[in-house]
Design a protein. Sequence first.
Length: 302
Amino acid sequence: MQKIKMGPGGPDFSRLVAGYWRLREWNYSTDELLRFVEQCMDLGITTMDHADIYGDYTCEALFGQAISGRSALREKMQIVTKCGIRRQNSQNKPGVSHQHYDTGSEHIIASAEESIRNMQTDYLDVLLIHRPDALMDADEVADAFAKLRHQGKVRFFGTSNFTPSQFSLLQSRLPFPLVTNQIECSVLHLEPMHDGTLDQAQQLKVPPMAWSPFGGGELFTGTSDKTERVRNTLETIGEETGGYRTDQIACAWLLRHPSRILPVLGTGKIERIKAAADATNITLSREQWYRIWSASTGTPVP
Ligand SMILES: NC(=O)c1ccc[n+]([C@@H]2O[C@H](COP(=O)([O-])OP(=O)(O)OC[C@H]3O[C@@H](n4cnc5c(N)ncnc54)[C@H](OP(=O)(O)O)[C@@H]3O)[C@@H](O)[C@H]2O)c1
């Protein structure tokens, strides 16, 4: 599995990332989850994506229990997590009656420290601000990042769902480079290709992470005209390229982009992870790539 250097001077991530948003739905025992993590690592998928709020604030701790005491395993992986959303009516973190964003220094630091405890580790490889906060004071975020970095609690920082100008604003106040912007991007969600997000990623050499690379499963189950068009095109191109599956061509489509997109896989099924790993060997031609683009937009290129 290829490694990707994140941002200037950032960590090495695996080209594919394992995402743990749906971890609770997988209903794994601690041993089963450890096995899943080990199998991902054996495939070279060493980067693990989390957020404080996943599973109503429970997924990080489930992951932490699974890797508990396995310091050699932990050191070989890169743990990414996020902060900044305060969920309303949480069973596990009560006290918020209206969901909101909080990128205040106090919240960022407390959230990172809690993620470290939950995941039974000493440090986070990367901390992301989960969503753009209209009340974000970039100086305050920079101050929190600097403290966490100085204390060795967090090694690198990034953003998620930021527009290019929001990313630039935060970067302008930091003495070190942000290493990624994690965004929604897939054959069903092309916006970052056209709104400047991926231009900025390429310009700054900050590889983006793509969440919901299969549209959160919509690619397989959706019934809209657009989804059916895209699915049919992926199937045809899969046959042309030697018998690859729909999910593999969708993955290869992201991998073909020059900004060096890292798909964040959401499946808990190791055979689907293996299929995605095989897709890293596919190189789509420009014509194939644009056939998928046209199926998604519903128009030929002008
Ligand atoms: N930064 C953000 O704001 C943000 C937002 C959303 C997600 N994320 C991150 O991105 C990760 C991925 O998001 P996602 O879960 O929406 O991604 P996804 O991979 O697009 O969707 C996963 C869903 O699709 C199904 N699926 C995957 N491969 C399949 C296949 N080959 N055939 C049939 N069904 C398939 C999965 O079911 P099975 O489990 O049954 O395979 C699951 O229900 C999350 O875990 C999280 O880490 C970040």
